[in-house]
Design a protein around this ligand. Structure first.
Ligand SMILES: Cc1ncc(COP(=O)(O)O)c(C=O)c1O
Length: 394
């Protein structure tokens, strides 16, 4: 079983503050830092310009494909390398062959990462965007599935949603929504910003078509890294937005045509920065294999439950996040202080790092904590104590 002291030593940043914001950006482990440094060192040597330079790029990308695929029970040929979650969402949404009047369904608690490419598809192709209101994302899973199903029409092509909502922290019944969507011939484009690296994931079981993952959040990789799972049978559903020498298979110059590279690698938009890509590979491996997603999911679940209970007991605090099914994110409000002010005061007066999220439709403006696997009880105590002291001063 992993030792929490070893884990915290591996991510030194979390020893300097009670860091409760992995949902924005995870702390980098030493192993990834060392791997990036070693790659950077090569930039100063002939390795930067030797014959192995280009093959090294392909190797680094394939290394990420293998580790990400293993973490979500997919095949490496189903993984594209991207710069971030949002880019994966763009690849799937903007790659679809839209006709004016086609429809996308969003939930009411999406992040701009899925919302904006959908709105852009409306501007560019005349796609109609419909919103399924699932409240805060908790309650009976069958009601959530129904809310999406009620919005489906013969023109619906895609449901675009987050596996875990970044505003409320609710984990959605993805498998059930996917089964319903597929029964209507609708594709599932999923934003995995708050799920990848924080829980065990099985693409075979979930059945989704596209799953856009960050490298820098729960997988603790460098900024500017991500990946996109494309189910092998759904690859033909979208076209490349970006075709280049590295994402091309064969071509016919006179015919003005080409065939894309095999598998999801045709959708690669990143990975040429070898240091960053190797850092992504090493941090993702450390999180998903060395620490282990089973242990991580269990630990995050326990820490989140504890935090949810402690927050719920505080007078003047309202917990926004539904208790079931809980992820690592908890949104809450404190009477008498706006979330941005609470955020600032916790940081400045108590050395506790959280963030706040804004109201879109019916989720409230709220403060949000993320419980990472490296957090400990002390972090939670500092956070709860900080809120109590701030409350007293109001
Ligand atoms: C649900 C969700 N989607 C997308 C993003 C954006 O992620 P990225 O910067 O990897 O595109 C975030 C970041 O907070 C998020 O929470």
């Amino acid at each position: 079983m992993p030792d929490i002291k070893d884990i915290r030593n591996m991510v030194p940043a979390v020893q300097q503050t009670a860091y409760l914001n992995t949902g924005t950006c995870g702390p980098m482990p030493r192993v990834a830092y060392e791997a990036i440094k070693a790659e950077l060192e090569k930039e100063l040597t002939p390795a930067r310009i030797d014959a192995d330079h280009f093959p090294a790029i392909g190797e680094a990308r394939n290394g990420v494909r293998e580790i990400v695929a293993a973490a979500i029970n997919a095949d490496p040929s189903e993984i594209a390398i991207t710069h971030r979650t949002t880019e994966g969402m763009y690849i799937a949404i903007m790659g679809y062959r839209w006709q004016a009047g086609d429809e996308i369904i969003l939930s009411n608690i999406e992040h701009p990462g899925g919302m904006l490419p959908s709105f852009l598809a409306k501007r560019r192709f005349g796609v109609r965007v419909r919103v399924a209101d699932i409240g805060l994302g908790g309650g009976n899973p069958a009601d959530i599935v129904k809310a999406f199903e009620e919005k489906i029409t013969p023109r619906t092509k895609m449901i675009v949603l987050s596996h875990v909502s970044y505003t409320t922290g609710a984990k959605l019944p993805l498998k059930e929504i996917t089964q319903m969507a597929h029964a209507h011939g609708v594709l599932m484009v999923v934003d995995a910003a708050q799920s990848f690296g924080s829980m065990q994931l099985d693409m075979q079981d979930l059945g989704v078509d596209f799953y856009a993952c960050p490298g820098q959040k729960w997988a603790c990789g460098p900024e500017g890294t991500g990946s996109l799972y494309v189910k092998s049978s759904s690859i033909g559903e979208i076209e490349q937005n970006f075709a280049g020498g590295m994402t091309m298979g064969t071509m016919d110059y006179y015919g003005g045509s080409y065939a894309p590279a095999a598998g999801a690698a045709r959708f690669d938009t990143a990975g040429a920065n070898v240091g960053q890509t190797v850092g992504q590979k090493v941090s993702t491996k450390w999180v998903t294999q060395d620490v282990g997603l089973d242990w991580i999911e269990d630990r995050i679940g326990k820490l989140a439950k504890q935090t949810h209970e402690k927050l719920s007991k505080l007078k003047g605090v309202e917990v926004v996040t539904p208790k079931e099914p809980l992820s690592g994110l908890i949104a809450f409000t404190v009477e008498g202080i706006e979330p941005p002010d609470l955020n600032t005061r916790l940081a400045q007066e108590h050395n506790v790092t959280i963030r706040y999220v804004t109201k879109y439709i019916n989720n409230p403006d709220a403060a949000r904590v993320s419980l990472g696997f490296y957090n400990n009880e002390d972090d939670i105590e500092k956070f709860i104590d900080g809120i109590k002291k701030i409350q007293k001063s109001l």
